[in-house]
Design a protein around this ligand. Sequence first.
Ligand code: AHG
Ligand code: MN
Ligand code: MN
Length: 339
Amino acid sequence: MSQQKQTLGEFIIQNQTSFKYSSGELSSLLNSIRLAAKVVNHEVNKAGLVDIIGAAGDTNVQGEDQQKLDVYANEKFIQTLTKRNIVCGIASEEEDSYITINSQDENHRNKYVVLIDPLDGSSNIDVNVSVGTIFSIYRRITPVGTPVQLEDFLQKGSEQVAAGYVVYGTSTMLVYTTGDGVNGFTLNPAIGSFYLSHPKMEFPENGSIYSVNEGNYVHFPQGIKSYIKYCQEEVDDRPYTARYIGSLVSDFHRNMIKGGIYLYPQSSKNPSGKLRLLYECNPMAFLAEQAKGKASDGFTRIMEISPTELHQRVPFICGSKNMVDKAEEFMRISVERML
Ligand code: AHG
Ligand code: MN
Ligand code: MN
């Protein structure tokens, strides 16, 4: 008989001592993310029933308004994170400004801030393609006992204490790091528990998949155009295979398992790229580095960028280390040629 797999709940408790602030608070925070992920998973799985239970904007048979899934996911994560006395503030893709949590924390004693993309790849919902949730966790830098400030959210990615994602795919997985490697847990929907299915996940050093929205090719900088041509060349182990889902979480997840590179570069249409530094790129960069991969804006390590705005965008290149190194080399050469 195969050995019984560890549940996420057991894993969190067992590993909390390896975390440098091992107070149990981070464990509790991760447990609330685990809970919200299950609730959102349940709703995501019903998305195909839209003709039966009504589309976003309709009223259902109970007289409740049907919500768009990204709004629903946002509410569920915020509600769940607010319930325990651990988080002092939340920033979300779905909220213009950060939320100060003071309902049960009037003395502002809570130590953690959370940044989330509640539903990533939302354009895939209507077509039954994988979507995800991304989260990033920091300790506040302003003094405990005072309200959370913008600067608590604008920390460099290198200051993250934990980050992860949920992928609502053919199976639902929660993948996270607290700075001691990356572990993946698969939800058994019959029982409602996540089980450790992918211990110590790592990007292969090399890969043969490139993921980029090539429809934007003409708008890309020369370095990226040259790198794409390099991926397509018939030399050595190339051409690589093109795979692009359009959900960062799903593209990242596949590339981490199989070896590959994801690119969302700057373009003449989006000079800073499209993806958000704080709740898309930094958490993915932390996971990538913890999984022996790499994340860059083409020139600089993502986690070294000093954020200036909550919803700041950044060019993003992430994946197997040698592939990201190569893309950076093309960027560097193209800039040198312009000088
Ligand atoms: P979101 O659904 O949270 O707005 O994020 C979508 C992001 C990312 O997940 C994906 O990789 C990228 O946008 C796709 O963008 P394009 O459609 O421009 O390729
Ligand atoms: Mn997103
Ligand atoms: Mn989103």
